[in-house]
Design a protein around this ligand. Structure first.
Ligand code: ADP
Ligand code: MG
Length: 247
């Protein structure tokens, strides 16, 4: 198991098990309470963590800069991680960010794979490829698997490669269901320029984190991104593959 280092802040002051949690961001109309279905947590956890991908220490400062300005102990947050183009580091970023959040806060976090046609999350955390998101969206059980990382769970993309677009409407209810069980929901999304990018889902999340790749992502790629994504939904950028020599 990967557990927090002693240098991480301890959990003192956080609500203990059994204490009431606030349901949703107070006063935030984005998350109306809807009918929540039970979340089925797999009894056998993932059997590995791909340590070529998970180097979460690099993400700690990012984690703290996201949370320090507000009292994250009383709110539930959902972040979509995307990028203008393919291969800029979305999956790497979302897996590391989810690890840093779950270890740094000690709070239950789930990472959801929204890349139905090219899923990766199940490989990173050594879990089955499904059932997962696709099955949950078409009305089957909502299945989540514990990972080898404390407080981190994963929902793979699932075994249905294609689902009718109308089924994406079920995401709002799925988010409500996941928030009954988890405090942070992180979504590995397709690239914004991809036809599979679900604007509908992006608009239901607390916000987006956009990964750009040093020396690859163009300024015009970012401008194009803002044609499909409202500016206020972007909470942060991650600059991937920076060369320390460039500082
Ligand atoms: N900072 C990094 N250093 C080294 N390799 C990286 C880094 N970020 C991503 N990669 C590699 O680049 C490839 C694409 O990254 P990935 O996170 O899968 O991108 P995306 O999800 O945006 O398509 C993967 O093989 C990944 O391991
Ligand atoms: Mg990816």
């Amino acid at each position: 198991m990967i557990t927090p280092d002693s240098k991480y802040p301890d959990d003192s002051g956080h609500p203990k098990d059994g204490e009431p949690m606030s349901g949703h961001i107070r006063g935030n109309a984005r998350y109306p309470i809807e009918y929540a279905r039970p979340v089925r947590i797999n009894t056998s956890p993932g059997d590995s963590v791909d340590t070529r991908i998970i180097k979460y220490n690099l993400y700690n400062s990012f984690n703290y800069s996201l949370f320090l300005p507000q009292d994250y102990r009383t709110i539930k947050l959902s972040f979509g991680v995307t990028s203008p183009n393919r291969g800029e580091g979305k999956t790497t970023a979302v897996c590391n960010l989810a690890t840093a959040i779950s270890l740094g806060t000690g709070r239950k976090t789930v990472v959801v794979d929204l890349n139905l046609s090219n899923p990766r999350i199940h490989n990173v955390f050594g879990i089955p490829s499904g059932p997962g998101l696709a099955e949950a969206l078409v009305g089957e059980d909502i299945c989540v698997v514990p990972t080898q990382i404390d407080n981190l769970f994963a929902m793979p993309a699932g075994n249905l490669k294609v689902i009718p677009p109308s089924k994406f409407l079920a995401f709002r209810g799925l988010l409500t269901s996941l928030f009954k069980e988890f405090e942070f929901v992180l979504v590995d999304m397709p690239a914004v320029q991809s036809r599979a990018f679900p604007t509908l889902i992006a608009n239901q999340l607390t916000g987006l984190i956009v990964v750009v790749k040093a020396k690859k992502t163009k300024r015009r790629d970012v401008s194009r991104l803002f044609r499909r994504v409202r500016q206020e939904t972007v909470l942060a950028f991650v600059m991937n593959e920076i060369d320390e020599k460039d500082f």
